[in-house]
Design a protein around this ligand. Structure first.
Ligand code: CAA
Length: 248
């Protein structure tokens, strides 16, 4: 913590910060602590140089079932990031893929280093985005670009993400954290109640008509865990081979 700014760093570099249930539990708890701490006004969420986060942990969920996912609230818990009343700046270097891109989009501002890569590659492992990607990315960059990214699974660079409006600023990698800190301190110096109300209002505008879509997205995400192609896609990823999808 520096000044009124708390920095939370995803630190599971061996798995490119894959968002396991444990990591997400820790993150959600840390955000809740910051939210309750009067001395903190702004949060920065960051990862490592190679990855902000390469998605939900594929290995941890590959054998899951729709009912297990529903009852463990595996993805529903992530919504608590969105519930934080204080602004969160995502400072992204390296991969922000799948759940990693979705986690960045749960934050309020996304800034990136010129090494960042964004994408929703879930289609390549037999599923779809399940933590907001179909809704938030569509709102952020428009339906046609979002559709292209979600259906192809392709990645975009930080510069492309900035030109699409997903990222607000791009910095050289070694300047990213200083820039994030400076932006956070600027916001921390604004009147906190106004900051809170402003965040609330902007979020309200962005999310009221999205809610229903998020429910449908989650349900469809869970349902895909009943398919052969999900098992095959995730197994192939773990075994480092090309998946053979059957469309069933
Ligand atoms: N889950 C679990 N482990 C992951 C992971 C993930 N999402 N991403 C990377 N890892 C692991 C790899 O398995 C590997 O572990 P081992 O060393 O034990 O084999 C380690 O991290 C390093 O990864 P790579 O060797 O693959 O590194 P690379 O530089 O060759 O490739 C990459 C980097 C292109 C990001 C590649 O790792 C990749 O494609 N990752 C998966 C991306 C993805 O599909 N994300 C979506 C996940 S599903 C999701 O997020 C659902 C949702 O919407 C909620």
């Amino acid at each position: 913590m520096r000044g009124a700014v708390a920095t939370l760093t995803l630190n599971r570099p061996k798995a490119l910060n894959a968002l396991s249930p444990e990591l997400m539990d820790e993150l959600v708890a840390a955000i809740a602590r910051c939210d309750a701490d009067e001395s903190i006004r702004v949060l920065i969420l960051t990862g490592g140089p190679k990855a902000f986060a390469a998605g939900a942990d594929i290995k941890a969920m590959s054998q899951s079932t729709p009912m297990k996912m529903l009852t463990s609230e595996i993805i529903a818990k992530w919504d608590r990031v969105r519930d934080c009343r204080k602004p969160i700046i995502a400072a992204v270097s390296g991969y922000a893929l799948g759940g990693g891109c979705e986690l960045a989009m749960m934050c309020d501002i996304i800034i990136a280093s010129d090494t960042a890569k964004f994408g929703q590659p879930e289609i390549t492992i037999g599923v779809i985005p399940g933590a907001g990607g179909t809704q938030r990315l569509t709102r952020a960059i428009g339906p046609y670009r979002a559709m292209e990214l979600i259906l192809t699974g392709d990645m975009i660079s930080a510069q492309e993400a900035a030109s699409y409006g997903l990222v607000s600023r791009v910095y050289p990698a070694d300047e990213l954290m200083a820039a994030a800190q400076a932006m956070a301190e600027k916001i921390a110096a604004r009147p906190p109640l106004a900051v809170r109300m402003a965040k609330d209002a902007v979020r309200y505008a962005a999310e009221t008509t999205v809610r229903e879509g998020l429910e449908i997205e989650k349900r469809n995400f869970y349902l895909l865990f009943d398919t052969y192609d999900q098992k095959e896609g995730m197994a192939a990823f773990a075994e480092k081979r090309k998946p053979e999808f059957r469309g069933e």
